[in-house]
Design a protein around this ligand. Structure first.
Ligand code: KG4
Ligand code: ZN
Length: 343
């Protein structure tokens, strides 16, 4: 039940990459609906996301997805307190569809407009199922476009401790999956293959970045996998995909966990969350859980459906912006390279 006097209900829209999504979120942490229309099947044909196709599909789907989100919540636009939308980072054409739609709805209904940072959305996904989680906490954001180790000092207040210097963790999963013929999207396929493989079969490097111990680099491990495969072809050695997947996954999750625990020890914060598409990887979750438990740190993660792109997480992040009095004007625009913590 929604109490119009006291509850805050937000319609949220997310179109930054290849998911057209809309959600209705009450008081930041209660998801009344969460509709996701995935374009994965279309992009699979090309082995990755084709930006032009993504934008066109968002335009075709957005109205229908919003209508479904409102219908499932049993509410109409007039009952919304605000309209939220991801305005960056992401594919510019894809972002523009959501931003234009949100602006049109907010303008037409006279509701406030709230632009949300996509990564802030991923981090906020943790609030939905963990009602007791509040800042400060540390968060590892691992998605297809980003790898950030973040100190969440307060709602909307972020300090980036480390970031990737080259490929994002999810991107490395996708590229390695393509190299061993597993297809797109690579993360879930690598995870599945790895379950049948030996993670000690091949030792892939865990890259360190000399001048910033919290920064990541995944292009080295990706090249090492490609070199290994080429070496096998040259020597006529059969390639065991499951072993490559398991060994690669061990190298990547190992670096992520090492850096995360270094931050736990330095910052002495006893709550750690993970977020983003790669956060649904069970090897990463289990490794993080074990490492956190060993140090007396509480570990949080969203359900897989809230790890990958969705609009519920955008509605949650928007709620904290809204109660802090931060809304946007009609000049809100898509910002493909938007930095975290910048408004
Ligand atoms: O957060 P997300 O849906 O989109 C971005 O904001 O990038 O993340 C998508 C990424 C893809 O690279 C995908 O391969 C990866 O998350 N991913 C996974 C798993 N599920 C999705 N990586 C590893 N293991 C998984 N189970
Ligand atoms: Zn994302």
């Amino acid at each position: 039940m929604v109490n119009q006097e006291t509850d805050t209900v937000i319609l949220a829209i997310e179109t930054s990459c290849d998911e057209t999504a809309a959600a209705v979120v009450k008081n930041g942490r209660e998801v009344l609906s969460n509709i996701i229309s995935s374009q994965i099947d279309l992009h699979t044909l090309y082995g990755g996301v084709v930006p032009e196709i993504a934008s066109r599909k968002h335009i075709e789907k957005i109205n229908q997805v919003i209508e479904e989100a409102l219908a499932e919540a049993g509410m109409g636009l007039k009952e919304m307190d605000a309209i939220a939308v991801t305005y960056g980072p992401g594919l510019v054409g894809a972002l523009l569809v959501g931003v234009a739609e949100a602006k049109a709805i907010a303008y037409g209904t006279g509701k406030p407009l709230i632009g949300v940072h996509h990564i802030e959305g991923h981090i906020s996904a943790n609030y939905i199922e963990n009602k007791e989680l509040e800042p400060p906490f540390l968060c590892l954001v691992v998605s297809g476009g980003h790898t950030h180790l973040v100190k969440v000092s307060d709602y909307g207040v972020y300090e980036i401790l480390g970031r990737t210097r080259d490929d994002a963790a999810g991107e490395a999963f996708d590229k390695v999956a393509r190299a061993i013929g597993l297809g797109y999207p690579g993360g879930p396929k690598i995870e599945k293959a790895a379950q049948k493989g030996n993670h000690d079969a091949i030792v892939f490097p865990k890259a360190k970045v000399a001048d910033c111990p919290y920064d990541f680099s995944f292009s080295g491990v990706k090249s090492a996998v490609l070199n290994y495969i080429n070496g096998c072809h040259m020597k006529n050695i059969p390639i065991i995909e499951e072993d490559i997947a398991a060994s690669f996954q061990k190298a990547v999750t190992g670096v992520l966990i090492d850096h995360a625990m270094m931050a736990v020890e330095e910052y002495q914060i006893d709550k750690f969350a993970i977020a983003g598409g790669v956060a649904s990887n069970s090897a990463l979750r289990n490794g993080m859980k074990e490492a956190c438990e060993k140090r007396g740190v509480r570990f949080f993660h969203p359900s897989p459906i809230l790890c990958t792109d969705n609009a519920a997480m955008i509605g949650t992040a928007a709620y904290y912006e809204y109660i802090a009095g931060r809304t946007d004007g009609w000049d809100l625009n898509a910002v493909p390279n938007l930095k975290l913590g910048e408004r």
